[in-house]
Design a protein around this ligand. Sequence first.
Ligand SMILES: Cc1ncc(COP(=O)(O)O)c(C=O)c1O
Length: 289
Amino acid sequence: MEVRATADTVEHLGPLALAARDAGATIPVVVDVDMGWRPPLAPEALVLGVRRSPLWEPSRVVALAREVQRTRGLRFAGLLAYEAQLAGLGDRDRHGRAVPTHVLVKALSRPQVRARRRAVCEALVAAGLVPALVNGGGTGSLSYSARDPSVTEVTVGSALLGGTLFDGMTDLAPEPALYFALEVTRAPAEALVTCLGGGYIASGAAGPDRLPSPTLPEGLSLLAREGAGEVQTPLKVRAGLRLLPGDPVFFRHAKSGELAERFASYLLVRGDQVVERVPTYRGEGWCFL
Ligand SMILES: Cc1ncc(COP(=O)(O)O)c(C=O)c1O
């Protein structure tokens, strides 16, 4: 396995070069290209994307790749060209309704992403800096990026666990594979139960779509005014469903990684059997971000 570092500015290169010197190794460096959508006539006026790298013009990517190549202990290894606005925006909301702004952003982005990747690769090749690796893709853009001739590898994360934010993807709709259970502890009214804990909110622009969803048994919903709380999560219960203190309610999270910060282990289930318990990175004592 080869571990590579990512850079988008010369300031990143100094510490990497020091690390390479200390380790007596050469570090392969991948240059991160901003793949956000920009209005063609005013590209600095608006960016719809993840806002990580300042590099989107081919000439600036080439300049940094050249600097990498010139730095002792570093080697230019390719491009990270992740089109988050395609990978992470659902075409439909949690009620199955089309989200016209998302559909529009994605339609505008597809040709621009492809053209920018091609232009950056061509500029690098012309400068004698052939990118051995061009990474693209995320769950919502897997098949799109896999068809882009500039891309040499695609990445998916969320598809493995299938959080609710990815239910509305038309490119790839992953099967839900991660649930957490909360215990019913109280019943404040006839049609309500309250579970212990549950405020596991997904990151990103905060809104109802970042809340966990009560999934099993069917017929439960969050209260709009309460959401999911650190200490308690009240749920509206449909008529005919009876839950008692001690009963479990199974929820889905909106994303993937964050539950691994909350729980020390995951139970792996096949059919109706728990076949293994594996530690999360919290369980292994790590705290990355
Ligand atoms: C660079 C990069 N590639 C791929 C992914 C994976 O995306 P997804 O979780 O949508 O599959 C991410 C997620 O943040 C990312 O930052």
